[in-house]
Structures are given as structure tokens and as C-alpha cells.
Unconditional design. Sequence first.
Length: 500
Amino acid sequence: MNQGQIQEQRQEQRLTQTLSQQQLLVTQLLELPITQLQDRVNTEMNDNPALETSAEFPDDPDFPESAEYGDAPETTDDFDTLRDREDRQSALDEALQSIGRDDEELPVYQGGSNLGDEREEMVYGETLSFYDQLKEQMQLLLLTDRERDIMEYLIGSLDNDGLLRKPLDNISDELAVYHNIDATTAEIEQVLKKLQQTDPAGIGARTLQECLLLQIQRREDSRVKTLMQTVIADYFDAFTKKHWQRIKAALRLSDLQAETLFGELRRLNPKPGAAMGEAVGRSMQQITPDFIIDTHDDGSITFTLNQSELPELQVSQSFADSMKEYQKAGDHLTRQTKEALLYIKKKVDAAQSFIEALRMRRHTLTVTMQAIIQLQRQFFLDGDEASLRPMILKDVAERTGLDISTISRVSNSKYAQTRWGTFPLRHFFSDSYTTGQGEELSTRQIKAALRDMIENEDKNKPLSDDALTRLLAQRGYDIARRTVAKYREQLGIPVARLRK
């Protein structure tokens, strides 16, 4: 039989088993939110006796628990120390599917009028619903049974922001039809004023202006309080458009006085209901933030990684000592002793790999959040969605030196607690839209304007997509009608004929 040679060309990707296993472990831990990470750590400790908790948390300057950002948001840190490790992960990273640059609205755990399930509120650490919290406070007020029934209906009529957007005459009609309570609008308004005495300040307001004034009224008497009331009461339009110089000139303020006043105004919360938890009728779902971000009055921003009940791990000293003793024995080991050494070495190596993977997770989360804060600094200062600048995964990847797929895994399942609410990290990402004048806008900014228009439309004559397109153009958002329809659908808002 003739034997011939066959030439076959194959392309293979090979990684050493140890390296690929470590990469996979880092990837798995990186994707886990803090609550699931706690379970994974507990499981690992139960399975590996070489892992134990450390008595003290190590002082590791390379992996800070917190970071501070002052007036230089555009500077970048040196991430060269991380590049070597990330280069080793690149082969695996490229094989994993990235989230990509989608344009869809994600769940926002903040305030905001609920026009779709994607804006369901979830607030960290609260065990009572929005409705139940206000009802508990209602029990502390001196009310008649009739007033109590009216207030309970008012509480149920609040939107997720904690505001009462329904006209009082509508509420009067509904009380008469559904509860057989014949209450005048004046009587309902008196009960509403008592509801507005509950916490947080601003709850039960009928407009944003009233909401802010209610918060100011609870402050101690001072010159700043008087000026704040004047701005909101008399210069509200200029305030909403952020015409600070016009307000400064009208009130004849010095630079220092204006800076102090505007700083206090920015601390007001336009969505008091966001601090109170879920909306009425929703099932409670707990959200534990992975980052806790603090915005300070001096304009600095700090954040900490939420370590919660996560223990600091170390290799068991007894395992380490045993391995050293066996290794000293050298060739004089018995078969049973060799097997014991192999077992100990396997467990110690696994423990060290797990500890290193946790270190890498902490570092990656830290530099990622640092970059997000630098890019979206203005939003963390004022909480205004319109302040969110266009930002995609690539922007954060370039700033941190990490791979895009690494950034996508960090942002896919992590939450950040801020002064303005608790948000998924994906909330801070959005594509850009370039207007005919060449101005780059965040699609989220356009969606916020679109949502605001629909919330304030005449419900008897809802706005068509053509009408919305014209109104957006008047605000400087010159986009096509089909784009308006696309954004409206992503917000979960039906067409005009279904909004009557």
C-alpha cells in the first residue's frame, strides 16, 4: 500500500491552562455585583481550606478604597501598571461578546415620571414602599377620618417623583365616583398642604417650582434662604435655563454671593420621591450599589467601593507553613507525603489565584468609575440628565487603558449610589447625535426633552410625532421625525392616539 503525505493547515489559538483559568476567574468575578460576589467568596472559602479571612484590611495604595475628584476632571491617571495584566487578558477578552453601543433606554433607579417599565424605581436599603412610608407618616398627623381618606387617595395619586401632577378638580371627581366622598378642591388643597409637611421636603408639590419652594421653606431663616426664595419665585424661568449671570445682575450679587447662592440652589432635589423607594403597585426589589458616590459642597466628588460584608482574604498560614516543611524535605518524601504536598500546593495556588482575581476586580472597578466620574462630572454635581454628555464604552476604555469588553462587563451589572438616586452604570452611557449645525448632543438629553414634552402635553390633544419634531427643533434638537418616533418607542411611550 502506497503511503502518501498529506499536508493540512490548521489555525489554533493556544493559551497555557494556568493563564486561561486565571483569566476566566478574573472575568467571572468582574461580572458579579457585590451581593453575588459575597456568595462566591463564601463558597470559595467553604471549598478551599487554604483560604481564610485576614484580621486587618491591607493598606494597598495601588487599589484605593476611595478616590477624590476636584476641579480637574479631564486629567487621566497613569495606568501603565495595569497594562501588562490586561495584555494577558486580551485574547480571552476578544473572544467574549461585548455589550456594544446600543441606544436603548435602561432602567433608571431615580426619580422621573413613569412612562414605561424601564423607569421603575428601586432604592437601595429601603424595606417599605413609597406608599407605605407616607402612610406611616400620615398616622402621626392630626387628621379626621375624612381627611385621612382624602390624604390616602392623594398619596396614591403621586407620581414616582413624589409630585402631584393630577389636577385637584380631577381628584375631586374621582373621590366622588370611587369613594363616595364629596370633597371640594379647597378642602382637598388643605389636606394636600398637610401632606406636604411630611418627609422628604417637597413631597406632594404640584409643580417643580412649588417643590423647590417647599424645600426652601424648611430651611432656617437667613439671607441665603431669602435669596433662594426670590430666585425660585420671581426668576424661575431664568433659573430653569441656568441663566446665572442674569439672576446675578438682577439681584446685584457679588461673585462670592452668587457662587454661594447658586451652590445652595443646586442642592435642591427636584425629585423628592426618588429617595423613598418603589412606586405604588410595584414589587419590591433590593438594589445594593457597588459604588457610593458623594458630591460635596465645594465641588469635589469622592467615591468608595461598597465592600459590604466582603471579607479580606489571605492564604492560611498553616497551609503555607506545611508546604514549606514538605518542600524542605526534598527527595526524602514518602508517597503519602508527596500526595499531601500536591494537595496543599493545589489549594494554596487556588487561594492565591482567587485573591489576585479579587485584587484585579477592585482595581478595574476603581479605574472604571474614576473615568466615568471624570467624563460625567457635571451630572454628578447637578443631577440633571441633560448634563450627561455622550459617552460610549470606547471612551472609558481609552481613558483607563482597559479593553472595551472589560468595561462592558463592569457596566452591565453594577450600580452606583449618588446624591440624585441609585443608577445602573449603563445609565451614564449614551450615543451622540450631531445636529445640522455640527453640535454633538447626547441622545439621552434629547430623550429627556421628548419625555418632558409628552408629560406636559394636553392629554385631550396629545402631540403627534410631527408636532414633537417641530417642538424639539424649537429647543435646538433638529432631528428627523422617524428619529423622534424611534426615541419615543424606546421610552415605551405609545403613539398620540393611544395617549388620550
